[in-house]
Design a binder for this molecule. Structure first.
Ligand code: URA
Length: 215
């Protein structure tokens, strides 16, 4: 498991701005900070990908380098995942993409009992590829699990990386137990989940902060 905040870096500033009530209401900045964290995480994950030797013709000669053997498939969960996902696409610019619409469907009259509802999914063939599944908030881990299993209908990836900005200890334990084959990449690990399964201290509702409140 990789966690940005294990070593202080500029990622701390982006995460602090996402959390800070005096900054996070600026939607453009909120989305841009998620995007910047997606870029930083894409860079970290890129260090684990397979590379092959390549000769690049310059105007003056030939430069030897190593380039990724294959672009990963970038998957995210609508809608909160979109700005974070954008950061990954900025770096893996030729990657194929997968999207799932998954959300908490609350039992009538309750705001602490829910099932994960999924009503949209699109994906390229995943067989033998590297899959990066991103979701800014790893709270319970249930939507990530549901989306991951739904994606397996499109083929079995060679490896899967799950990326989140903030994670709860409960969510991490859930994902590690249910999806032990997936590598976890996190911005920060927070204290706990509250009664409504929100991450504390967290940042609030990532989808609402990025795109406005839904009714
Ligand atoms: N989704 C959010 O946006 N925030 C949380 O704290 C948990 C899930």
């Amino acid at each position: 498991m990789f966690v940005f905040t294990q070593h202080p870096s500029i990622a701390n500033q982006f995460i602090a701005e996402l959390r800070d009530v005096s900054v996070q209401q600026d939607r453009l900045r909120f989305r841009r900070n998620l995007e910047r964290l997606g870029e930083l995480m894409a860079y970290e994950i890129s260090k684990t990908l397979p590379y092959h030797n390549v000769n690049v013709a310059t105007p003056l000669g030939v430069a030897k380098t190593q380039l990724p053997r294959q672009q990963p498939v970038l998957a995210t969960i609508l809608r909160a995942g979109l700005p974070f996902h954008q950061g990954f696409t900025n770096f893996f610019d030729q990657a194929e993409n997968a999207f799932a619409g998954a959300y908490r469907g609350y039992a009538l009259g309750s705001n602490d009992e829910f099932e994960i509802a999924m009503d949209y999914i699109s994906s390229p063939d995943l067989s033998g590829k590297t899959l990066i599944l991103s979701d800014p908030m790893l709270a319970t881990g249930r939507s990530l699990e549901k989306v991951y299993h739904a994606l397996l209908r499109y083929g079995i990836p060679a490896q899967t990386h799950i990326a989140a900005v903030l994670a709860s200890p409960e969510g991490i334990a859930y994902v590690q137990e249910r999806l032990p084959q997936c590598h976890l990449w996190l911005g920060a690990i927070d204290d706990h989940l509250n009664d409504h399964f929100y991450i504390v201290p967290g940042l609030g509702d990532a989808g609402d902060l990025a795109f406005g409140q839904k009714v």
